[in-house]
Design a protein around this ligand. Structure first.
Ligand code: Q46
Ligand code: ZN
Length: 302
């Protein structure tokens, strides 16, 4: 197979584009896709300060690398979740990426600062580990971005992630979650703007980008992801994509273009009920925010 752009031998085939790419043209293709996404959704400009949530995995490190190459003003944020070797290794990959590029990395250690890790927090709150983890990360992403004066918080959610989240939301017809599922969530009510610049790149492409560009990332999955529904949805969509390339992209972008505007009002109404949490000042619709409740349960001696 030849590269679609320059006719040199291809190193990767992207079936949904019915195209192969050589190394330099594939790297340019990935950066162009991200640039197109940032511009199309007006995610941020060169003058704004972007904080990227980095996990040490392929998506967030590829995103950090691509945004730096595109000339944006980006720093990284790493949250230590206290998940044994997985956390210490992912921290090492993140730190070595940051130091090799002389990039700024903000670190927050959940056990060190808040007194609990994901295993103990989820047990105390009687939540699934990924639920306690997701709640903690969302809270800390927003509070750290606000504290550091960043204009926007970027995450490495890719096409596969977003299509799988959409499938889960559709299977439950969860209109509030559907209303919030967009590549950009504008700032407001105490939330900083949140963006997902990788939505046009599949997981396989971010992995190939890292391998070709020599970016070392943690390959192991989080040990707590076993049994996670999100992975099951991804598996279903992988099968569909295999037999019908382009299915994930048409599912996600068809939703964003045609159905998302119809449900956007549901989450806008929710935002109106937000007020600052009396303990941490983060926006919440409850009396005390869910993160403060989790901290309290996880750190109260029984
Ligand atoms: S880190 Fe946290 Fe993920 Fe591990 S506990 Fe679940 S949510 S799987 S992205
Ligand atoms: Zn709070």
């Amino acid at each position: 197979m030849k590269c679609r752009v320059c006719r040199e031998p291809a190193v990767i085939e992207v079936r949904r584009h019915n195209a192969g790419f050589c190394h330099p043209c594939f790297v340019k293709h990935c950066r162009d896709q991200v640039k197109k996404t940032v511009d199309a959704y007006q995610m941020f400009s060169e003058n704004e300060r972007v904080l990227i949530a980095v996990s040490g995995g392929k998506d967030s490190l590829a995103l950090w690398d691509i945004l730096m190459h595109l000339g944006y003003n980006v720093d990284g944020l790493y949250i230590g979740l206290g998940i044994g070797d997985y956390s210490s290794e992912s921290a090492n990959y993140t730190r070595s990426f940051a130091s090799s590029r002389r990039a700024t990395l903000v670190e927050v250690d959940l056990p060190g600062t808040y007194g609990f890790d994901i295993a103990s927090g989820s047990k105390a709150a009687r939540r699934a580990p990924c639920s306690a983890c997701g709640l903690s990360k969302r809270h800390l992403f927003n509070s750290e971005a606000a504290r550091g004066g960043y204009d926007v918080l970027a995450t490495g959610h890719n096409l596969d992630d977003e299509a799988a989240v959409l499938l889960g939301n559709v299977l439950r017809w969860d209109l509030a979650y559907l209303g919030r599922q967009h590549p950009v969530l504008e700032a407001g009510g105490g939330f900083v703007r949140k963006v997902k610049p990788l939505v046009r790149l599949a997981e396989r492409e971010t992995a190939a980008y890292c391998v070709l560009e020599g970016i070392d990332y943690i390959v192991e999955e989080c040990p707590m992801s076993v049994g996670n529904r999100h992975l099951a949805y991804k598996g279903v969509l992988d099968d569909l994509e295999e037999s019908s390339p382009g299915s994930k992209a048409s599912f996600l972008f068809g939703y964003l273009e045609r159905a998302a505007p119809l449900v956007a009002g549901v989450s806008a109404a929710e935002r109106e009920a937000l007020h600052p949490c009396p303990t941490c000042a983060s926006p919440t619709v409850s009396e005390v925010c869910a993160f403060c409740k989790l901290v309290e349960r996880a750190t109260t001696k029984r």
